[in-house]
Design a protein around this ligand. Sequence first.
Ligand code: DHE
Length: 551
Amino acid sequence: AHGSAAAANYEGAPSPLADVPMHQNINPKAPSMTEAEFQQGKQIFFERCAGCHGVLRKGATGKPLTPDITLEKGTDYLKAFITYGSPAGMPNWGTSGELTDAQVDLMARYIQQEPPQPPEFSMADMKNTWKVLIPADKRPKKKMNKINIDNLFSVTLRDAGQIALIDGDTKKIVNIIKTGYAVHISRLSKSGRYLYVIGRDARINLIDLWMEKPDNVAEIKIGLEARSVDTSKYKGFEDKLAVAGSYWPPQFVVMKGETLEPLKIVSTRGMTVDPQEYHPEPRVASIVASEFRPEWIINVKETGKIMMVDYSDLTNLKTTTIDAARFLHDGGWDSTKRYFLVAANKSNKIAVVDSKTDKLAKLVDVGAIPHPGRGANFVHPVFGPVWSTGHLGDDSIALIGTDPAGHKANAWKMVQKLTGQGGGSLFIKTHPKSHNLWVDTTLNPDAATSQSIAVYDINKMDGKKESPLKPEVLPIAQWANLGDGAKRVVQPEYNAKGDEVWFSVWSAKDKESAIVVVDDKTRKLKAVIKDPRLITPTGKFNVHNTQHDVY
Ligand code: DHE
């Protein structure tokens, strides 16, 4: 039950849609609500419920909640469900004190009304928000700063709506840049010159790392809510195009890489892989750029389809659609960058795509709700090359064989299961130069667990299917020496050389946070980066490792 509580908290983050005006659509069969109550219900729904149940309540990782279903259940049943939750993962909003009795009653009535639909976001809407702050021909012709860009880190300052660029050599902040709210990821152009960040509110900022002081050169809003962005990486298309996927509206947009000028929007609405039925809001999850073809791999959450989009001809757009499994989320490359492994999280599977043949290689069964981030690649002493993932829903760490040429019998199988500190893991990481495998447990309900890191010695891994190997546990948050309050340790990230690992100690917005740097060889504290400007640091992206997909 811990794991599902962690998952529910994770998906229960506020959606920017809470602030978008939407029309009240009164259902005559539903219990009545005033306009004010409806607006409050809408607000709570987008803050707490939409992440799992979907904007249109068609169901995603949570059950569908459309009036045809909710009217039949009735107000009393719904109130009990919202109050007490369920073992399947519905949080106990009432008994936990997160919602008052009056709010529970309001929500039970609200979900019997027709779901209000947020507006679409067209090419005209995008163009209205598009700004080129410094035109391409007015930008530097060469690198104008002395920063070792390879070892620069782009750090999300989640609740501040900013990123911090931190020099990995000096550990000093180079610049704090205003971005969208709660930047989800940072990605690099093929050359490594341009940094793209995307906020939860679907705002993209393009940052030029060649400027004397790296800063924004263009921005655009591509929808109302989003999580992913990437660029064109195939030979001949380096730095030319960018792509971003949105949660709402369910679509992706192709842009010019140097300016973010929007060129083409493609909808992801359509049929699910199983059961084959229409879904009105299939959200775009992770996106990566292929090195084998001029293609992006676009993972569509609710349909469970992987779209291999060929960007070489946007007028005659070719897309190979691969049926994987539902609720595709995050993932990363194997070490050869031929195979992409992506979590189908509520299916408890990892889908493996062969980017050379554009075919599904395998669906691999793993633990409950895999959550790899980009995963971690290493050579296992017994099983050969593997890619690994932790889980939100249980304490296991799954190692999957990734070498069909050299280790055929192990390929696309879970060859080994390690036992970690607990459920609620979000990210796992190693580096080709290291023999440490780091696993966080950010969303574990136990404070000591969520504030520490488990680290395994890869050289000591044995040949057992269920390995008894124990990790060392490092009290990262304690090392940061901050005041009281919840401090979650999240997302290990290596420096360019692969001899340091950085961790975010993520406190509340009004509390002190820090970044803790650990020496990879000795596993001892190396530095604590503190600054009043480091508000709610979460994701950290080392330029070299992100540019070259080193993980
Ligand atoms: Fe993330 C990656 C979606 C909550 C921090 N997150 C991703 C990706 C997706 C996603 C689709 C993969 C993008 C890619 O590779 O192209 N995340 C979601 C959600 O839908 C979810 C569950 C709920 C939500 O409301 O957003 C969610 N994510 C969170 C958090 O609560 C985290 C910890 C803090 C935050 O920013 O809100 C968080 N997500 C991250 C990070 C990555 C990420 C740091 C990139 C990891 C990497 O190493 O690439």
